[in-house]
Design a binder for this molecule. Sequence first.
Ligand SMILES: [Mn+2]
Length: 382
Amino acid sequence: MQPPLGDLDVDRFMARYWQRRPCLIRAALPGAQPPLSRAELFTLAGRDDVESRLVSAFDGRWRLVHGPFGARSLPARSRPGWTLLVQGVDGHHRAARHLLDRFRFIAECRLDDLMISWASEGGGVGPHVDSYDVFLLQVEGSRRWRLGPVRDAAMVPGLPLKILSRFEPTEQHDLAPGDMLYLPPGWGHDGVAIGGPCMTCSVGFRAPSRQELLRHLLADAADDPGGDDPRFTDAGSRATRRPGAIPGALSDTLTRWARDWRPRPTEIDRAIGCFLTEPKASVWFDAPTRPPTPARFDRAARSHGLCLDRRSRVAYRGRWFFINGEACAMPATGARWLRALADRRRLAPAMDARWLDDGDLVRLLRTWLGHGWLRFGSDDDA
Ligand SMILES: [Mn+2]
């Protein structure tokens, strides 16, 4: 599948622009269509398992409301100055997920989600800055983007959303359907619908922070002391006259435990993979009501193949395979098939599918299918 970069070579894009500087790509995806209609987007915003926001600036007053939004709770489409933002559309819509598949020239564990915004004339979320990389693909109508480096990160105080108080754009571009703007983290930007309503797809990539990793690593370590878990002893200590004070020996021992603690390399590997494949809090999987018997699994997999659920996050490294925040040791013979599943998000059907002869692999796949993480067929069928 072609990367949506128009005439720009993907290696050149990565070397010159990724994480470095903004890049405007005219006709990045010629003939781009909205992956879903405005009506479908509004319907999604009415669901309580979908994260949505309404931002308006009526009479110059910024307002932010969180969804879900009932059919009649959004402003009139003809009223200028508002925008609806729907997060994680890729988890709910096939064409939206397919759009993301074009961005697989970047490791999937860096992918955040597809956010789609619909703005009435003049609508936008104001000048702001993000800590994520984002590809802003125009799919309907026109949007005027102004952007520039952030010299002053101060926000307008007292607003429900973060708006740069001193935004000094250095560039301005009007994007038509098929045009795309790439922004690295830390660039100020402001996009406004011009000449009528518009729809924009934001393909966001997450950059993990050290704090986020440590939270996972320490939580894992807390759950699994890993063999010996020493306990403080103070035989021979004297009666205290200051019972409120922490005894020196106690403090020394605990300090030493904290200082000497090192995660084992395998714990680090696990924590990294689990952290990077953790589904978002809003994600739920639909487990099949009746998991297939081994015989039916074999028949269905041979004739339809398997694919990952749209919401599943997978990754591999070394002897570990990670799926939706869980780690499993790579099965010895099935490793190449699991890596293929992660790289292509599916295992193709074939009557002679050799991956179905691998008992360890099939046991894993059946378990994951039972969780709703995998399905028979391809994502085109759903
Ligand atoms: Mn933004």
